[in-house]
Structures are given as structure tokens and as C-alpha cells.
Design a binder for this molecule. Structure first.
Ligand SMILES: [Fe+2]
Ligand SMILES: [Fe+2]
Length: 292
């Protein structure tokens, strides 16, 4: 990646840090009419069952699911910090990548604290990751080479960025959350720019097999994110009569919605280095419902 460009990114990060402590109006309580997650991103929106919910239940659904979104976000970033901490040890301190990643680490740690604070502010109680989630994340974090982990991380950043964009555009989102997503969107924009450029070099050197593997790593990372949101327990919490049935319907509904709204940027990225081929395309269609 162009050294001058990375220097520029480092400079912005240093000179214009966005501190969650002061950037976010934490003292504001949710007002009447404030929502926590744009309706269309909630798992039940679009289903008949959604129209049977009371306004209070809709609000609660958004609150619980938003908490789940940011808790998963924080967890993913924490994992990425673990990996980056190990990765920068392999690079000399004056290396440009090392220097940028230090800035990124500083920002990511601030984000995690910010997410935690937002969850506390919302009185949320995130549902823990499943054993499978934990196993795969620990496994990949320990054993996958750096380029694969960067592929995974940029896919998560691109996909979750969509949530932030929707939340920021929504007029009645609780202002604390709006500012939180603003902050995150600005800083993640730099991370994405850096990582995408870094990966361009890796992808340019990769042959057919490696591109196929990259594509699978990305696909599984996205599946991983998607399955952390729709939770049976949330339907119980908002008092649905048949949470099992709601879970079944929501899983199908959310897969479709997620494919329609969240996969655009990432599929463009994967297509840009030829990550869709005969071995990968069918899996993206089947597992993620992606139109590739
Ligand atoms: Fe972040
Ligand atoms: Fe990031």
C-alpha cells in the first residue's frame, strides 16, 4: 500500500481522535418516540407476526437486538485485537503497517469500551456466543495465517458497517446510539481503507486455490456474524407466545433480509479479486443467499 496514504491515515487518527467519553451525549436518556434499531433491521420485520406486536414489544425487540448487534461487534473486535497484537510482533516498530495497526488497536479498544457503555446505558443483557462460535473463533485466531484473518476482519467490518449506516440515517434513533455509530463509522472507514489495500496485494499474488480459500474464509465469517443476532431468547423476553415458531420464521426472514441489505460491499470486494468461481459461488448462494 502507498506509504504516503498510510501516513495520512495515521496522522488523522492522531490529530483528530474521536473520544467516546466526550463525543457521545451519554447524559441523554431515550425520549418518547426514540427507537434503538431501525425497524427494517429487526429480525421479525416483514413477517405477519411483526404486525401483531404492540408498540412496546416492537421497541423492546429493537433494544434487545441492538444490544446483541453491538455485543457481537465488541466481541469480534476484541478477537481481532488479540490477533493484531500477535501480528505486529512480527513487524519492526518502524514498519508502516505496524504503526498503523497500533493506531487501529488504540481505536478498537476505545470502541469496545464504548459498546460496553452503550449496552449498560440501554440496560441490556447480551446473550452469550454459542460453543460453536467460540470454538471457531479461537481456532481461526490461533491457527489461521495473517492474510486469512485480515480477510475475515474486513468482511465483518464491511457487513456490520451497514448496520451503522442504517442507524445513522434513521431519523428517530436514540441520539446516544446515533453518535456512537457516527464515531464508529468514521474510524472504521479508515480501517477498511487500510485493510482493503493491504489485501489487494495478497489477492494479487494468490492463485486459484488461495482465492477459493479466501472466499470461504470470508463467507464463514459472514455466516458467523449473521447467526449471532437472531435469538430465541429475545422472543421469550418480549413475551411472544410461541418463541420457537418465531425463531424459525425469523431465521429464514433474516437470512433473506441480510442477503438483500448487508452483502453488497463485501460481494463487490470479493468479486474484485476473483473470489467467485465454480467452487465458491454455489456456497455463497446456498449458505448466505447471496446473488453472485
Ligand atoms: Fe471498531
Ligand atoms: Fe476496525
Amino acid at each position: 500500500m502507498d506509504v504516503k496514504e498510510v501516513e495520512r491515515l495515521i496522522k488523522i487518527s492522531r490529530e483528530h481522535p474521536l473520544m467516546p467519553e466526550t463525543y457521545i451525549p451519554w447524559e441523554l436518556e431515550p425520549g418518547t418516540g426514540d427507537i434503538f434499531l431501525p425497524e427494517m433491521l429487526t429480525s421479525l420485520y416483514g413477517l405477519e407476526i411483526y404486525d401483531t406486536l404492540t408498540p412496546a414489544q416492537k421497541l423492546e425487540l429493537g433494544r434487545h437486538e441492538l444490544v446483541q448487534v453491538i455485543a457481537s461487534y465488541a466481541w469480534g473486535e476484541c478477537l481481532f485485537c488479540l490477533f493484531m497484537t500477535r501480528h505486529i510482533l512480527t513487524l519492526p516498530l518502524d514498519n508502516i503497517e505496524h504503526r498503523f495497526l497500533l493506531r487501529e488497536l488504540i481505536e478498537e479498544f476505545r470502541h469496545q469500551e464504548m459498546f460496553g457503555q452503550a449496552i449498560a446505558k440501554l440496560g441490556g443483557s447480551p446473550i452469550k456466543q454459542t460453543g460453536l462460535h467460540k470454538f471457531f473463533s479461537n481456532f481461526s485466531n490461533k491457527y489461521l495465517p495473517a492474510d486469512y484473518l485480515f480477510m475475515g476482519s474486513v468482511s465483518i467490518e464491511l457487513v456490520t458497517d451497514v448496520y451503522g449506516t442504517f442507524a445513522r440515517r434513521s431519523a428517530d434513533i436514540y441520539p446516544v446510539l446515533k453518535k456512537m455509530f457516527d464515531l464508529h463509522n468514521i474510524e472504521e472507514g479508515r480501517h477498511i481503507l487500510f485493510t482493503k489495500n493491504l489485501l489487494k496485494d495478497y489477492a494479487a499474488k494468490a492463485g486459484y486455490v488461495k482465492r477459493t480459500l479466501y472466499s470461504y474464509v470470508i463467507m464463514f465469517n459472514i455466516l458467523f456474524v449473521r447467526t449471532m443476532y437472531v435469538k430465541r431468547e429475545i422472543y421469550e423476553r418480549i413475551g411472544l407466545e410461541d418463541p420457537d415458531n418465531a425463531y424459525k420464521l425469523a431465521s429464514i426472514n433474516f437470512k433473506k433480509k441480510f442477503a438483500e441489505t448487508c452483502l453488497n460491499d463485501i460481494t463487490k470486494f470479493v468479486a474484485s479479486w476473483g473470489g467467485f468461481n465454480r467452487l465458491t459461488r454455489w456456497a455463497w448462494r446456498r449458505v448466505l443467499g447471496a446473488k453472485v
